[in-house]
Design a protein. Structure first.
Length: 243
């Protein structure tokens, strides 16, 4: 019997320089989970599929980031949101990253809008308020972040398990097997610097201290470990269901 795949629901692409030097989001996410390199990975581009595949048999589903906004309410976002609700109900292990986190929050009944505290960019301190099998903690460490929107109202039953100075819902447990993180665990320091350079015009227009943001950048191994922990939890859940 073939091993169940790890499904990556693609909702956007990295910036051009990152795509050219490091690949797409599937490649970035997969590189952050070397323990699962032998497991089959599949990408499903939600932006171009009229009907999303049934992923209830996947080992796990990871929803990528995107430069778009959930508030744009494009038709494909509605289809993806409906699928996310079905997978949460079926207890398919889910991890939403940045836009994926926001789409998951929106799909389950929360509200997404521009973060009233402003853009979050760079390596920022992340504080976990309670121990969690995927997010880790309790404790604090650096995460690499780039976002403007946030889940400003949680859906019913969701709870915050981690925050940053500008993002009170930086990590959320949406259900028994559904998590979202507002940062990018798949971005290392080199890619974070690429993002800052690409966003320089917007940052300067917002009177952002670009030099300080560049100096903030560090490797964030504790954040990257979230992806592997999530996949270990997904694997353990599958074993329990099979027993």
């Amino acid at each position: 019997m073939d091993a169940p795949p790890i499904a990556v629901l693609v909702t956007g692409d990295p910036i051009a320089q990152t795509r050219a030097t490091r690949g797409d989001f599937l490649e970035l996410i997969r590189a952050a989970a070397p323990a699962f390199s032998a497991v089959p990975w599949q990408a499903h581009d939600a932006r171009v599929l009229d009907v999303l595949p049934d992923l209830t048999d996947a080992l796990a589903v990871i929803v990528t980031g995107s430069p778009l906004s959930v508030t744009d309410a494009e038709p494909w976002m509605g289809r993806a949101a409906a699928a996310l609700v079905q997978w949460v109900r079926a207890e398919v292990p889910l991890l939403g990253i940045c836009f994926g986190h926001q789409l998951l929050g929106h799909a389950l009944g929360g509200r997404v809008s521009r973060n009233p505290r402003g853009r979050e960019m760079g390596s920022v301190e992340f504080v976990v308020s309670e121990a969690d099998p995927v997010v880790g903690g309790p404790g604090s460490w650096l995460v690499n972040s780039t976002h403007v929107d946030s889940v400003v109202e949680l859906p019913p039953g969701a709870r915050v398990i981690g925050s940053t100075q500008l993002e009170p819902a930086a990590a959320v447990r949406f259900g028994p097997l559904a998590w979202g993180v507002q940062f990018h665990p798949e971005l290392d320091a080199a890619v974070m610097r690429q993002y800052i350079e690409a966003r320089r015009p917007a940052l300067l227009a917002e009177n952002f201290d670009v030099a300080a943001t560049e100096r903030s950048v560090r490797e964030a191994p504790a954040a990257a470990a979230i992806i592997e922990r999530f996949l270990h939890v997904a694997s353990e859940s599958r074993l329990r269901r099979a027993s």
